[in-house]
Design a protein around this ligand. Structure first.
Ligand code: ATP
Length: 235
């Protein structure tokens, strides 16, 4: 079966000439957790934004379940869910309204049973009538994940899900991501942390200055490069 996500010879140059992605080739299989590991400014967010149709590629193509992200924009948006790094959302809305509204943006019929399932999976059910501003930072992050899952995407992108959080919240997020995988969604996450990739991912890709320099199964990559050598690529 073809890969769920297929990236071919992808290039992105921003206005002003910055070459943020250089000939990126990558395939993501159904059901896997893939970690994109790289230092600041490596191109991780750019790659995710191109896949999710937020940033237009300069050349090359991205296929989500066989659909081109530029030509079949509406279909690929429907199949991808993005949890951005920043905690942006309307803080005055309730959890339920925020997540239901997000589903509506995709022109889908309301499906309270699905929203309930998502909120229960994320331990947000008891908080459904609370305004988002009353929630803890960890819970706010969960709301962003619930929003991204409201339209039942096949692929979920988590852009640095544990950036700036303490160790306990980080472990919490790891457990949550593992639980989400059991619901059948394929997960791509970006991170600066080797231990996060090691703990979570079936495979890891290392990106540096816009180039994917290695892709491998996590265990095999750790064996070949070792943590110390790998950490050199993250500086
Ligand atoms: P971080 O880990 O710091 O979030 P990243 O790996 O996600 O970094 P990107 O945010 O994709 O990296 O940035 C890659 C490069 O592209 C950086 O040099 C960044 O300054 C540049 N860049 C990102 N967005 C734009 C933009 N809209 N216009 C011009 N340059 C941009």
């Amino acid at each position: 079966m073809a890969a769920l996500l297929s990236i071919e010879n992808l290039d992105k140059r921003y206005a002003g000439g910055l070459h943020a992605l250089k000939s990126v080739d990558l395939a993501i299989e159904r059901g896997e957790i893939f970690a994109l590991l790289g230092p600041n400014g490596a191109g991780k967010t750019t790659l995710i934004n191109v896949i999710c149709g937020i940033v237009t590629p300069s050349s090359g193509r991205v296929l989500v379940d066989g659909h081109d992200t530029v030509r079949d924009f509406r279909i690929t948006r429907r199949h991808t869910g993005l949890v951005p790094q920043e905690l942006y959302t309307d803080m005055f809305e309730t959890v339920w309204d925020t997540v239901s509204f997000s589903r509506g943006l995709f022109g889908l019929k309301p499906d309270p049973a699905h929203i309930e399932r998502v909120l229960r999976d994320l331990s947000l059910w008891e908080k459904r009538d609370n305004a988002i501003m009353t929630l803890s930072g960890g819970m706010k992050r969960r709301v962003l994940i619930a929003k991204a899952l409201a339209h039942e995407p096949k692929l979920l992108f988590l852009d640095e899900p544990t950036a700036g959080v303490d160790v306990e919240l980080r472990r919490d997020m790891w457990r949550l991501i593992e639980k989400l995988r059991e619901t059948g969604v394929t997960i791509v996450l970006t991170t600066h942390y080797i231990e996060e990739a090691e703990r979570m991912a079936d495979r890891v890709g290392v990106i540096r200055r816009g180039e994917i320099i290695v892709v491998d199964e996590t265990a095999s990559l750790m064996k070949k490069l070792g943590r110390k050598h790998l950490s050199l690529h993250l500086q």
